[in-house]
Design a protein around this ligand. Structure first.
Ligand SMILES: *Cc1c(COP(=O)(O)O)cnc(C)c1O
Length: 433
């Protein structure tokens, strides 16, 4: 496109100004008619508000918090390969539900099923909208209209109102609680299975991802649960495929659940898998087929953009060493001290901050106790205070989000690339007095 064509593509002043002014005046009119405090506010700057309206609401954020899987900041950044896959299917049409070999209608699930089977050893797999949807679908498909057995220590809340007892109710199952908050034994499950008989649809194991119990505690291991005779649904949450990563040893590996014989194992696409928002269900052919046929499957199905990113992300997991380099989440978790220290010192030099010892976290409700030691850059906020500095940085474009500690703003280099760290420095200089 020539410059002239590009310039001609701009909207006319009239059209742009009229549309924005109309929307802004309408919003103000509604505020005034609604009454309340907004009526007396004479400082309302309609021009500034109109300018803000022209900026996209969903914006890029530079994550200087040191929380790697930050749910509020969109969880896992995608690998370059996954970004390219998304761009390719976004650009035009794709064979989402067309079998190119036969020309017949195909299944969207086919695109990742082979890869998932190869990576985990499962007989079958299906990808849905997110892990919450995967758990809901699994419970409805295997135990709808029947009972589901859960340890009292696993009646958990994941966050955002996702509570296991309520999910089981929505799935049309009846919850049978066994054991206690801190201890549940094999015999507790066995008694429930004998008492429930044919009414039992499944046992659900939910990984307590965002908290830990310590002391006088006991839970039944997945291998033992799978030996009890009932179908087991294992919600492992974060989705660790790289079971050679020592750092992640506290999270349940997906392959272990498959090997143990779980009917269905559920995990997230955008936590430690390092891909897009998605939920994966894998397990036996019969159980996955029951999920596929259930009416909820259509309501929670994955879209083509996420599916493209998921396929590319899974493909990277074929080579664990390459996955650890290419997937930003794994690379950030494994960042070496020398890289972090160099990045911190460059950021400090460019902002006038000081390098201090700090800790980063995994986030996303995984490994809640794990602290990743590393450097951070402390910015002295001056008279206005750290809260004001943090607000100024959040208002920028890109927004910068750090962490306030002891009256100073901390910027963690672990969750920034080198380029992003330079951008952060520029944004800090722009708002510093
Ligand atoms: C995070 C999590 C979920 C929900 O996963 P989403 O992909 O966020 O929907 C469900 N179960 C467990 C154990 C989790 O850790």
């Amino acid at each position: 496109m020539s410059d002239r064509d590009r310039l001609r593509g701009l909207p006319s002043v009239d059209r742009l100004a009229t549309a924005v002014a109309r929307a802004e005046l309408q919003a103000r009119r509604e505020e005034l008619l609604d009454g309340g405090d907004a009526v007396d506010d004479t400082t309302v700057d309609l021009v500034a508000r109109a300018r803000a309206r022209l900026r996209p609401r969903l914006r890029r954020v530079l994550n200087a918090t040191g929380v790697v899987v930050h749910t509020n900041l969109g969880r896992a950044p995608l690998a370059a390969e996954a970004q390219a896959a998304v761009a390719a299917v976004a650009d035009g049409y794709c064979n989402l539900e067309l079998d190119l070999a036969s020309g017949e209608r195909g299944s969207r699930h086919a695109h990742v099923e082979e890869l998932l089977r190869e990576l985990t050893g499962a007989q079958a797999a299906i990808a849905v909208n997110n892990c919450a949807a995967a758990v809901l679908l699994a419970c409805a498909a295997l135990a709808g209209g029947r009972d589901i057995v859960v340890s009292r220590g696993q009646l958990i809340e994941i966050g955002g109102g996702f509570r296991i007892p309520e999910i089981l109710e929505v799935a049309g199952t009846r919850l049978v609680e066994v054991g206690t908050t801190n201890r549940t034994r094999r015999a507790d499950y066995e008694e429930a299975l004998v008492a429930g008989g044919e009414r039992i649809g499944a046992i659900l194991r939910a990984h307590p991802s965002n908290f830990r119990t310590v002391g006088f505690v006991a839970e039944v291991e997945i291998e033992e649960l799978c030996s009890l005779g009932a179908a087991v649904i294992d919600d492992v949450g974060s989705g660790v495929l790289t079971d050679d990563l020592e750092l992640l040893a506290g999270e349940p590996p997906v392959r272990r659940s498959v090997r143990a014989g779980a009917a269905l194992t559920a995990f997230s696409g955008d936590k430690l898998l390092g891909g897009p928002q998605a939920g994966v269900l894998l397990g036996t052919r019969a159980a996955v087929e029951a999920c596929r046929r259930h009416p909820l499957a259509r309501a929670v199905r994955i879209d083509k953009l996420s599916l493209a990113a998921l396929e590319a992300t899974l493909a990277l997991h074929r080579d664990p060493a390459a996955a650890r380099r290419a997937l930003p989440v794994l690379a950030m978790l494994e960042a070496d001290d020398a890289t972090l220290s160099r990045r911190a010192h460059e950021l400090a030099a460019a902002t006038g901050g000081a390098v201090v010892a700090s800790t980063a976290r995994v986030g996303g409700g995984a490994l809640p106790l794990l602290e990743l030691a590393g450097p951070a850059v402390a910015i002295d906020p001056g008279a206005a205070g750290a809260t004001a500095l943090a607000a100024d940085l959040r208002a920028g474009d890109p927004a910068v989000v750090g962490r306030i500690h002891d009256g100073r703003l901390l910027l963690d280099p672990r969750t920034l690339t080198d380029d992003e760290a330079r951008e952060v420095a520029r944004m800090v200089r722009a708002v510093s007095p």
